[in-house]
Design a protein around this ligand. Sequence first.
Ligand code: BES
Ligand code: ZN
Length: 459
Amino acid sequence: MTTTYPAYIEQNKDRFIAELFDLLRIPSISADSKYAPDVRRTAEWVAQSLRLAGADNVEVMPTGGHPMVYGEKITDLSKPTVLVYGHYDVQPPDPIDLWHSPPFEPVLKDGKIYARGACDDKGQMFMHIKALEMLMHSGEPLPVNLKFMIEGEEEVGSENLGRFLEENRAKLRADVILVSDTGILSNEHPSICVGLRGLAYMFVDVTGPNRDLHSGMYGGAVANPINVLCDMISSLHDEKRRVTVPGFYDRVVELTNAERAAMGQAPFSEAEFLQELDMAAPMGEEGYTTLERKSIRPTLDVNGIWGGYTGEGAKTVIASEAHAKISMRLVPDQDPEEIAQLFQKHFESLAPASVKVKVTAHHGGWPAVTPTDSVAYQAAAKAFEQAWGKTPIPMREGGSIPIVALFEKVLGLKTVLLGFGLDSDAIHSPNEHYGVFNFLKGIETIAAFHKNFGAMPQA
Ligand code: BES
Ligand code: ZN
């Protein structure tokens, strides 16, 4: 691991960080409509920073939801074109009380930038704008043509994106998609993400009596929707911690023994994984390792569950309703819509006659696997060798970026997932952060990617 950066980064790093801080100060929470004006303001900020870096034809384009930022630098049509995708929206910062400093007041501490979006994905997306700026100042022609497409709805399922791609096919024409919204194994063992899980997100509502009841007068004689919901949820896994929804595994592509053996070689330490989370033991599907469980296996998790009295003190009550948000992470070739239907049918069938159950599919996205034998992957691997002095390991990850499969389906384009986050960066959690080293090395690696890709004979 080399900790020196190219001269342009060394000379400008304090300004790069100060600019990123300005971006991190805008609370672009896409899930909460209260923040729509801030989301809009963030789009304008990103557009302006693209212009300042040297991009042309920059626009904030309307979609059915939050706007898309587009910009380009087309300098030589004989060179390949890289379409950079990223997102400027962030997850809600809750629970706010657990943050050591306010989520939208970035601070630099021990070489890390703390703020919501520091890593996911403002910090990672901004590396691409700074890489453009650096290449523009290199005194050499740009090695590739660049297009930027930065969206504001990734954290809420990119629901307007399919249409945006369909409507802007010509504008988005490119040779490859480049995304920094994933991670590496560690700074000592950099990796390139070559697979993402898909997602099917469900809301479930269980209704019992038509009003909240005194738990002494009625308890024991009527269905308690919270008890029933818990029973239903606990039956969704069997004793091997496999998901019990019929048909759930039908389309799952099992890895070969050779692929699993290769995965087993990755320098992943389960002990360190547990230690970082302060947990005594792992848990998951029988017959698979922790690394496999969190990347190549499909899962089902409750993301939120509520009902009844949760205020201070005790209240003796049987609530009328109970609710949960349940997500399933999917792997090739599971189809998010089909899985949502299978879940709905099964969950409804679990309901005893004493309650009413409503199941609603929320958003979803397809899993994706990206190639390692492409020119673009070779360009990325070489960029890591140049900037980090190490050959990166290909690794599948457990998160989802629904656009990766959409890019392939709508535009026929493959993606390179050139992310630099660490599991310990606490994305989606309180105290999210991003290492300054990763931020600056990321800029260097991205610029190296463009140079390598522009210089390699295209397949
Ligand atoms: N950056 C993440 C995805 C990610 C995280 C990929 C870790 C690989 C490793 C992204 O912003 C994200 O959180 N996506 C959502 C997508 C969902 C809302 C459809 C996710 O995975 O929950
Ligand atoms: Zn993200």
